[in-house]
Design a protein around this ligand. Sequence first.
Ligand code: GLA
Length: 670
Amino acid sequence: MPKIQGLSYGGDYNPEQWPEEVWPRDVELMREAGVNLVTVGVFAWAWLEPEPGGYAFDRLDRIMDGLHDGGIRVCLATATASPPPWFSYAHPETLPVDADGRRLSYGSRQAICASSPVYRQAALALTEQLAQRYRDHPALAVWHVHNEYACHNAHCYCDVSAAAFRDWLQRRHGDLAGLNAAWGTAFWSQTYTDWAQVQPPRATPTSSNPGQVLDFKRFSSDEHLACFVAERDALHRLSPGVPVTTNLMTASCVNLDHWAWGREMTGPDRLLSNDHYLLGEHPLEPPAQIAFAADLSRSLAGGPWLLMEHSTSAVNWQPRNLAKPPGQLRRDALAHVARGSEGALYFQWRASRAGSEKWHSAMLPHAGTDSKIWREVVQLGTDLRALAEIEGSRTGAEVAVLLDYGSVWAQEAANQPSADMVAFDEIRRWHSALWRAGITADLAPPDADLGRYRLVLAPALYAVTDDAVANLTGYVAAGGSLVIGPYSGLVDECDQVRPAPLPGAFAELLGIRVEEFFPLRAAETVRLDDGSTAAVWTELLAAPDAEVLARYADGPVPGAPAITRRGTAGGPAWYLGTRLADAPLGRLLAEVAAGVGVHPELPGTPGVEAIRRRHADGRSYLFLLNHGDRPAEVDATGLDLLTGERWTGPTRVAAHGAVVLAQPAAEGPA
Ligand code: GLA
């Protein structure tokens, strides 16, 4: 964590967009708002290196000094996410190429091929210059590498990438025989006889080989990760002792294998940080979107993490950009903090006057300080200072929801039985069903040590390795409880169908046998004989060795089992052969959770989200976030750190308000 007392508060600060006269006023206003950490220089490459090798750091020196004089620490960016035009113009081979063979231009941002040695070298050179110049600067608190890797340039199909892809494939598959076997190239006459023939999955007349597409997604994530690791290692070498981070997008980016990234972003002098923006028109409610992003960030970090960016109000990149009503700025920030963030930072400090993001909200809006946003920003600064003692406390979870990027990617391939089976969406939907039930969950990869969870959910685990199968089987054998969703366990990590009975990975564990898939039409629903409804997916299922909890009452396979449960010698294992609607899914998961001893943090107060952070000595903090239009009374006691009020009876949480109750070790449940 940044060496800051208490929680971090601030945002991206882009002084290069403003005349120097504005800078002292920025510092003054940051102090007024209680800002203690700003991210400087994220898109400042052109400002820092206006010509090849001609570094101009004098202005950044003055910024760093000015912030230091104001008592504000700096998360200093390596500025490598967006090379200046002089660079891209001189090195057009560093520009990304899409699957259709179009080379994209500069004039936007992230116009980079991640495999380009020319780009990597230039990025490293700038990083090293910055590290050498600022490593001893007293304002420096964190190094911020790049920005949102793969946000706009996840996959590049150029010749440089093709050569790097072939190297990567040789490391993974050994020889061509291994590659041909893994990709199943006997199908459609795709057998490769020379490595030179192997390409990225560029545009083809019809669907590309799914194994090739899957490997290319893995490769692309690894290439971006290699860029991060190179900069990170340079910073560790030249600036030891200063934490290094890069800002992930856990809820919105499925192009990176975040588990692999998490491994490289945690440990000594490393910090896992995340950016999160609400989607105004999304099937999940805004607080459920936050819960997922934050729970995944915490799970990747294995503990504390930092919210590097979110928005004070509207963003500007959605078709309709919804502003936050009064109170939401505070509640959203606290929702991230409740789930383990050691602070709250924004994009950005001062709203830009020009450029693509001038209509994006900021801490200091165009409207100035006489504004709703500014008043709430100042209030949040006070709130976060009042929460200083929660630093270092942890958010715990007894349930894990499995997320495997390789599986998500395999399922993204063309020619699936139903285009409506979108794994990442389904994982989020199950997570939000738990959120609605008041249960905090971690995310985990299927090969994680799951022993500490009472309940593990696998909403969508289409592709699974033998190791993961053994891990999940071992978890159940040791007494764990597992719920598996439809279209899971069918293929291996090469996207090749596992041997019968289906689902090859889990038929025995679940005591079931899938005979045939019966996907539904777009708006079709089916009824189950327990009264619930489902959509998207049904299958002809037999349950030779499991109890049938519900059968289809209508639809394509009336009478076939829809939900089963196998009571093993270890723990129980459920299978859902269909996509239950939100309400019955929520009921089922809440029932299963209660049955295995997992209960909501705060039973029976609908509309109030309750999350607990706990110190190792047992002192804990109960965050109560009221999402409703009316004040709520909550059966909890303690000292509200935000107001100093001590609640001895029910605690009152204002409409759209927040309360953080400090509770001594004895008061909160263990
Ligand atoms: C991302 C980027 C920022 C900015 C915001 C806008 O998080 O990192 O530079 O573009 O989105 O929402």
